[in-house]
Design a protein around this ligand. Structure first.
Ligand code: GDP
Length: 294
């Protein structure tokens, strides 16, 4: 992930550092190359334009160009703006003061919802929570079984009512959590191959019935700009609290992770870094920017 982008930026910065003193033209030239590198990494065009304008605005001032190490300063500005683009500071999930906290996971089929349910349950139970996982993806035949297998592995209970209505499942699961002292309910919902009205209606019904504290969209970073479009649509229809960007361990070009916050206004809260159950990390914008810039 970000390998290509990281290498490109590294080259651009090396040539900038080689110059010693910098002129406004040098900065403009470097920023043109940064722009190309970001576009090639599949970052949304509007996001790239704004980003580059922002960096230039800060970088061509007298105090930067006439400083002792202008290239370092420009690089620092890029790093700061990249952190900002990724959300600035870490966005945490909303935990309800009155248990149980209800987290609803939504997303398209194959994005990694069910796996993320298990990963999140594991991560939060390590922090002392007592999760109940809820099998609400009733259309994908293997999803219920998949969640039960994860529950067995993690020793975390799974609530299932087979192919029952998903709204009823969610509602009953919350009741069960209340009566069994579970302080966290993680609802796995149905996905589809594409967004459609039926899916959105079902998710909206679950939302209005159980009033989750946190609706997290699970998106696959490998799908690039499409992930951003998916996030935009889900956010408009459902109102998202956060995004889980999965498959950041893969060799996707990174554009989705860099664009999605700016385009949707929704923060990335977690990053999926592999198929294993401990491969979920809270998302830190500054650390991600460092990872990109090396
Ligand atoms: P769902 O249809 O959204 O519930 O998707 P699944 O949870 O079944 O995941 C689909 C596939 O993506 C599975 O093979 C997962 O192991 C894989 N997967 C999920 N998250 C990640 C991740 O962060 N990295 C990688 N490499 N694979 C992942």
């Amino acid at each position: 992930m970000f390998k290509g982008l990281g290498e490109r930026l590294d080259e651009i910065f090396k040539s900038l550092k080689g110059k010693g003193r910098l002129t406004e033209d040098d900065v403009n030239h470097a920023m043109r190359e940064v722009k190309m590198a970001l576009l090639e990494a599949d970052v949304n065009f509007k996001v790239v334009k704004e980003f580059v304008a922002q960096v230039k605005g800060r970088a061509v001032g007298q105090d930067v160009l006439e400083s002792l190490s202008p290239a370092q300063q420009v690089i620092k500005i890029v790093r700061d703006e990249l952190t900002e683009l990724l959300g600035g500071t870490q966005a945490k999930i909303n935990l309800s003061p009155k248990p149980p906290t209800i987290i609803m996971l939504v997303g398209l089929q194959g994005a990694g919802k069910t796996t993320t349910a298990g990963k999140l349950a594991k991560l939060l139970s390590k922090q002392g929570r007592r999760p109940l996982m809820v099998a609400g993806d009733i259309y994908r035949p293997a999803a219920i079984k998949q969640l039960q297998v994860l529950g067995d592995q993690l020793n975390i209970p799974v609530f299932s009512m087979g192919q029952e209505n998903p709204v009823k499942i969610a509602q009953s699961a919350v009741e069960q959590a209340n009566s069994t002292g579970r302080d966290l309910v993680i609802i796995d919902t149905a996905g589809r191959l594409h967004i459609n009205e039926e899916l959105m209606d079902e998710l909206a019904n679950i939302k209005s019935t159980v009033r989750p504290h946190e609706i997290l969209l699970v998106v696959d970073a490998m799908t690039g700009q499409e992930a951003v479009n998916v996030a935009d649509t889900f956010n408009q229809k459902l109102g998202l609290d956060g995004i889980v960007m999965t498959k950041l361990d893969g060799d996707a070009r990174g554009g989705a992770a860099l664009s999605v916050r700016k385009v949707t206004g929704t923060p990335i809260k977690f990053a999926g870094m592999g198929e294993k159950l401990d491969a979920l990390e809270p998302f830190y914008p500054d650390r991600m920017a460092d990872r990109i810039l090396g």
